[in-house]
Design a protein around this ligand. Structure first.
Ligand code: BTN
Length: 250
């Protein structure tokens, strides 16, 4: 995949801009970077705080030739790429299913993958936010987020981060597209995430809440959770919180 990067000073959301380009026929590999976002989006309709120069706000257009069942693996593949990008800057993160990159249980990066129907077929816009400094964190995220500056002790420029990120995205996207790609991405994710198995979690899904211990991933990246009655629930989509002893139901 070849990357073309378009840089903007200010956008509503780099994901929305990338989706518009995808509709207009943009090639795979078109990347959008903004210095700030005025309507940065997270999962479940949340806001992604995007002050000027405080983070990398990045989206890429993909046109995957994958079976539909493997499309959710794009999020896991991206998590692996972000993990290795941060490692390159001396940061050892964790990945919380499905898309949260954490350091010391605090969020340093989030991933929002959105599918877009276009005249050229299905495109996927993958948006990545990486906190580069904590200086402008508003009160509501200060207790649950961290940044590259805080952990690595140095200020990294968005373009430096984007250079490493595109390198790892290219590498792992090529792996995902290969014959054994889906299994390989799951095993790469497993090596990087403490959430793969044996982690006590609460998962809030659209219609229920499931508590139990993580028990691996399905072939399509869905999370397996073993509940106290011994059954295994398959979670396709939901919000995972780590449970500590005091949080667990008797
Ligand atoms: C999440 O953890 O909820 C996902 C956050 C994704 C944020 C990024 S920032 C770049 C791109 N543009 C957006 O509006 N969102 C994503």
């Amino acid at each position: 995949m070849n990357f073309t990067i378009l840089r903007y000073e200010s956008l509503g959301s780099t994901n929305s801009e990338a989706a518009e380009h995808a509709h207009r026929g943009a090639d795979e590999g078109l990347c959008i970077i903004a210095e700030r976002q005025t309507a940065g989006r997270g999962r479940h309709g949340r806001t992604w705080v995007s002050e000027a120069g405080s983070g990398l706000y990045f989206s890429v257009v993909l046109r995957p030739k994958l079976p539909p069942a493997s499309i959710p693996l794009i999020t896991l593949m991206t998590g692996v790429a972000v993990f290795d990008t941060l490692l390159e800057f001396g940061i050892k993160p964790d990945i919380k299913w499905v898309n949260d990159i954490l350091v010391n249980d605090l969020k340093i990066s989030g991933i929002l993958a959105e599918t877009v129907e276009t005249g050229l077929g299905l495109a996927v816009v993958v948006g990545i936010g990486i906190n580069l400094t904590s200086r402008n964190f508003p009160d509501e995220i200060a207790g649950s987020a961290t940044s590259v500056e805080e952990i690595a002790g140095k200020r990294i420029l968005p373009d430096e981060m984007a250079e490493a990120l595109t390198r790892y995205l290219r590498y792992f996207y090529d792996i995902l597209a290969s014959q054994s790609g889906p299994g390989e991405i799951i095993s790469q994710w497993r090596r990087r995430s403490t959430y793969y198995s044996g982690k006590p979690v609460r998962v809030i899904c659209s219609n229920e809440t499931v508590e139990g211990e993580t028990a691996g991933l399905e072939e399509n990246g869905a999370l397996r959770v073993k509940t106290s009655d011994g059954s295994v629930r398959i979670i396709q989509s939901g919000d995972v919180t780590r449970l500590r002893a005091a949080d667990q139901r008797p």
